[in-house]
Structure formats: structure tokens, C-alpha cells
Design a binder for this molecule. Structure first.
Ligand SMILES: Cc1ncc(COP(=O)(O)O)c(C=O)c1O
Length: 396
């Protein structure tokens, strides 16, 4: 039998999807499942995007430019300008989702054995993409107790070696909901410049910030032009996860020229999805405003509901649409499985993502789960009640 690669064997399973067989079994048995496990928004995609696809005038569904439609990249530069980010269309490479932007970034800046420092817990696929690039993720721990704030800069500094190529942050954060302050970004920028590292910022949740806070992008740091790489996506912003469109943004010409070679190798990003994504930029300001207001009220419902459950701890997320909740259980992986396999309330149950998969350090997050607040408030309230009853029974 031919042998599977070490890299293939090392690829982690998605913590979000590994419970799917249990969910499928529960659904087959007729259970209704409230999905708190995955960041699939229920918000409507902008009508502008849907109409553009319906009204297309293409005769041939051709490849596009490897960097994506020029018209789309120009409009994107306009979108960034509205966020006080000055870039040109040449600084943007359209990718197949933010996922491909991460793959191109790692491919462009790392060699096997290089290291990337990432505040932990982190978006689980960072570990998958780094495994794919044979890069080592070096975690710097953030904790629920201080709301998953940026760990002290000395913690980062201690971890820098001659193999360190980059620091990767997610702002606002999945799975923590943490929003980095301008001061924190400035501290990271200083560090990146001091040690000549790349600072990669995954900003796919840029708009989703609450309580009148403002998002500060690494691209707003003037001195960081050679060091900053931003990963972006339409998936969450416009509820267009299935479009598979994102982009990589950097003013570092060598980075973009290198990424372009990866882009050429996969020929082009999907054409229809670019049509939809370009048109989504026409969505009125009210689309963003209404979406953010919805997520904020869902966050408030979720956090106040969770905090009423004995033994549950949760930090107030300042952005994105996730939180990490600590549960009064020893093994959240087992509890999540049990919820699907053994528990229901009137034939209804909830699905959560065990948080251990968002940590690369062993034995971390064992009693935590990640919850996505992508359901309407009525369903969220029901899901929280089911979770409360489940914890009571599980611990009885
Ligand atoms: C933080 C973060 N980055 C990147 C992605 C990848 O998004 P996509 O490939 O759908 O653009 C996701 C998806 O959930 C995410 O949460």
C-alpha cells in the first residue's frame, strides 16, 4: 500500500466539523439541532450581489486575471479608503476566500521549519494552513480572565527566534471576539519593525465591532508598509461564505509579486463569485449598520444568558460573532458529543465547537467551547436554555 505523507497525517481535523457525524446521526433520528458551532451567518446576502449574478451578460464563463477583476480591485481600494486605509488596486490580490489568502501568505513568506507566533486561542485553520506549509505555530497564550487581550509584548519577544518569520493576529478575533486597540496594534507594529518580521492581520470581521469601538487596521500604520499583510474576505461581511472570495492586501511589492506566482498557478478566482462580490460593494451603509446591530443584540442575548448559567464563564466579545465560554465540565469534547448523541429537550439539542481545537498547546481549553452567535435571538434564547438544562443533567 503506498504511504500517506507525514504532512498529510499531521493535518488536523477541523474542531468545527469533527462532530458532524454525530450531528448527522442526531438529525437522522429527527432531532432539531441549534447550530452554535459554525460561523455560518443567517443574514441575507446583499440584494445587489444576487442581482448582479442573475443579470450577468457573459457568453463564456472564462478565466479571469489571476489577481482578480481589475474593476473589482479598484472598487475594493475605494472600500478600504472609506476605512482610512490608503492602498491601490495593485496592492490587492483576489483570492478564493480568506483561506487562500492565508495559504498564499504563508507560501510567500515562510520556508519549512519557520515559525509564526500566534495569540492563542486562534482560528483553528491557522494550524491547518501552517501544517500545509510545514511552518511551526508558536502560541502566545491569551486568557479568558482578561477577555483575551493582547498578551504582554515581552511574551512575544521571548518567543522570537531566528526562525520567526511573522506574527499572525485575528482582529477582531475568531474565536475570542477580542478587538485589538490602536495602542496594541502600535505595540505589535513596533515589534515587527524591531525584529524585521511580517505582521499578518486577519481582518475578515472588520465591520463587526460593538459598543462604539473602532477597528484599527495594521494597514493604517504608516511605518509598516513592508511588514503588513492583511487577509480579508467577503464571507462574513456580506454573508457570502459560499462565494469563496477574499483577498490579500500588502504594500510590500516583493510579497505581492511572490503571491502572484501562487495565484497564477491556480489560474484565477471564481468568475461568478467575483461578479457577486464586486456588486456587494454597492450595498448601502444601512446594510452594514443593520447587520452589526443584529449581531450586537444577539451578543447581548447570548452573553447575558450564558452568565446566568451556574459555573459558566464568558468574556464580553467586542467584535466578530463568537465567544469562548468556559463550562462546568472537565471535557468539553465529550460534552459536545454527548449533547448530540445522548441529550435532547423535546427532541431539540445544540451543537457547539469544543475549544481545544483552537489551541495548539496541549491541555488547553479542555473545559471551553466556542459559540457562534449567528442565530436569531429567539433561537439563541432557546439554545441557551437547552445548554443550561444539558449542563444540569450532565453534571447530575
Ligand atoms: C478568522 C477567519 N479567517 C479566515 C476565515 C476564512 O474565511 P473564507 O475562506 O470563507 O473567506 C474564517 C472563516 O470562518 C475566519 O473565521
Amino acid at each position: 500500500m503506498p504511504i500517506i505523507s507525514r504532512k498529510g497525517k499531521a493535518m488536523p481535523e477541523s474542531p468545527i466539523r469533527k462532530l458532524v457525524p454525530f450531528a448527522e446521526k442526531a438529525a437522522k433520528a429527527g432531532k432539531h439541532i441549534y447550530h452554535l458551532n459554525i460561523g455560518q451567518p443567517d443574514i441575507k446576502t446583499p440584494i445587489e450581489a444576487m442581482e448582479a449574478v442573475k443579470n450577468h451578460t457573459l457568453d463564456v464563463l472564462a478565466y479571469s486575471h489571476s489577481a482578480g477583476f481589475e474593476s473589482f480591485r479598484e472598487k475594493l481600494a475605494g472600500y478600504y479608503a472609506k476605512h482610512d486605509i490608503t492602498i491601490s488596486s495593485d496592492d490587492i490580490l483576489i483570492t478564493t476566500g480568506g483561506s487562500e489568502a492565508l495559504i498564499f501568505t504563508m507560501g510567500s513568506i515562510t520556508d519549512p521549519g519557520d515559525e509564526i507566533i500566534v495569540p492563542e486561542p486562534f482560528y483553528a485553520n491557522y494550524y491547518s494552513f501552517s501544517t500545509q506549509s510545514t511552518v511551526k505555530v508558536v502560541p502566545v497564550i491569551s486568557t479568558l480572565e482578561n477577555g483575551f487581550a493582547l498578551p504582554a509584548i515581552e511574551q512575544f519577544e521571548k518567543l522570537i527566534t531566528d526562525k520567526t518569520k511573522a506574527i499572525l493576529i485575528c482582529n477582531p478575533g475568531n474565536p475570542t471576539g477580542y478587538l485589538y486597540s490602536k495602542e496594541e496594534i502600535k505595540q505589535l507594529a513596533k515589534l515587527a519593525i524591531k525584529y524585521d518580521l511580517f505582521l499578518i492581520s486577519d481582518e475578515v470581521y472588520r465591520e463587526f465591532v460593538y459598543d462604539d469601538k473602532e477597528h484599527y487596521s495594521i494597514l493604517q500604520e504608516k511605518d509598516l508598509n513592508d511588514h503588513a499583510i492583511v487577509v480579508d474576505s467577503v464571507s462574513k461581511r456580506y454573508s457570502m461564505c459560499g462565494a469563496r472570495i477574499g483577498c490579500m492586501v500588502s504594500k510590500n511589492k516583493s510579497v505581492m509579486e511572490t503571491a502572484m506566482k501562487f495565484a497564477q498557478a491556480r489560474l484565477s478566482p471564481p468568475t461568478f463569485a467575483q461578479i457577486a462580490s464586486e456588486a456587494a460593494l454597492e450595498a448601502p451603509d444601512s446594510y452594514y449598520k443593520d447587520t452589526v446591530a443584529k449581531y450586537k443584540s444577539r451578543r447581548d442575548t447570548l452573553v447575558s444568558g450564558l452568565r446566568k448559567i451556574p459555573g459558566v464563564k464568558v468574556a464580553m466579545p467586542k467584535g466578530a460573532f463568537y465567544c469562548i465560554a468556559e463550562l462546568p465540565v472537565k471535557d468539553a469534547d465529550h460534552f459536545a458529543e454527548w449533547l448530540l448523541d445522548k441529550f435532547d429537550v423535546n427532541n431539540q439539542t445544540v451543537m457547539v465547537a469544543p475549544a481545544s481545537g483552537f489551541y495548539s498547546s496541549p491541555n488547553k481549553g479542555g473545559n471551553q467551547v466556542r459559540i457562534a452567535y449567528v442565530l436569531n435571538r429567539r433561537d439563541l434564547t432557546k439554545a441557551i436554555e437547552i445548554l443550561r438544562l444539558a449542563l444540569e443533567k450532565y453534571n447530575a
